[in-house]
Design a protein around this ligand. Structure first.
Ligand code: SAH
Length: 294
């Protein structure tokens, strides 16, 4: 897992330019580069280079040199990720987010829901997954695509949301079709938050929330095998879990993976093709990718 990142704050065009420059210098070495929108209202973006372990002054200096010409005087900032890098964000003050037909919103924005929206209301903020992150938005869109392709949703069989965070993707799947969903997370706080959000969205009868590290729980054999497995974690744990994911998928089932930087996509695809899961489609969002495999 990447343990820190150096980044600059810029606008959308600047993020695109920085992505090109940084990718040109660092891509070959496998240093993950990503851009993300951090403040839609003010048009703020960040472009980052990720490093592992202790902050690395050399990475910082090389980044500064690479950006100096196009971004004179720009400040290179540092963020260090703690043990758990999963962003704890309150939904208060966050705007509702649209991803395909979904509208993810807090209770204070119920008024924003339009008649054809699939609305997901999230209150508790101590878990990742508000829909504002490119990986969550990518997963929401991909789940809709995959489940729409199955008439009635029912035939897709049970769904697994591994690393459920706020429960947003589990709730989305349950809203799209009459499926049972197992939602798991390594973090008991996330599981509790997910359970509260599931209840607030009236989905408690169909979604079971369980605390588990990876596939270490009897819940998987009880509820599976799964017609669809969704896992928005990070590239490295996803590559490690490829054999477990393969074992828990029903014949003909689908896998949606995210939390993967664009520069890590090929490696992840290779790990899964080793498990005979082939690539169907990739969605690209702010430097992150969401992948559908079958
Ligand atoms: N599904 C949500 C949250 C993604 S954040 C969304 O798409 O927005 C990733 C979540 O995975 C975090 O809540 C983290 O606690 C959990 N996680 C990380 N490693 C895990 C593992 N090995 N097993 C289960 N959950 C894990």
């Amino acid at each position: 897992m990447s343990d820190h990142r150096y980044y600059i704050v810029t606008d959308e065009a600047g993020a695109g330019r920085a992505l090109d420059l940084l990718s040109g210098v660092f891509e070959e070495e496998g240093v993950p580069i990503a851009t993300m929108e951090t403040d839609e209202a003010r048009g703020l973006w960040e472009a980052s280079a990720y490093g592992s372990g202790e902050p690395d002054a050399e990475l910082r200096d090389r980044m500064a040199r690479c950006l100096a010409k196009d971004f004179p005087g720009v400040e290179i900032k540092l963020e260090i990720f703690g043990e758990t890098d999963w962003i704890a964000k309150s939904l208060d003050g966050l705007k509702p987010v649209r991803a395909g037909r979904f509208l993810v919103h807090g209770a204070h924005d119920r008024g924003a829901v339009r008649p054809n929206d699939l609305a997901i209301e999230l209150e508790a903020g101590q878990a990742f997954g508000t829909g504002h992150h490119g990986t969550t938005a990518g997963c929401l869109e991909m789940i809709a695509k995959v489940m729409r392709a199955v008439p009635g949703g029912r035939k897709i069989g049970p769904v697994l949301d591994l690393g459920t965070g706020s429960g947003v993707l589990a709730i989305a799947a349950a809203k799209l079709g009459p499926v049972r969903v197992l939602a798991t997370d390594i973090d008991p706080i996330a599981t509790r938050v997910a359970r509260e959000n599931v209840r607030a969205n009236h989905m408690a009868a169909r979604i079971t929330c369980v605390t588990a590290q990876g596939f270490h729980s009897t819940a998987f054999s009880r509820e599976g095998p799964f017609g669809l497995i969704i896992a928005n974690i990070l590239a490295r744990p996803l590559m490690r879990m490829a054999p477990d994911i393969r074992r828990n998928i029903a014949p003909g089932g689908s896998v949606i993976l995210s939390g993967i930087l664009a520069s890590q996509r090929r490696q992840v695809l290779a790990a899964y093709s080793g498990q005979h899961l082939r690539h169907v489609e990739t969605l690209w969002r702010n430097g992150w990718v969401t992948i559908h495999l079958k």
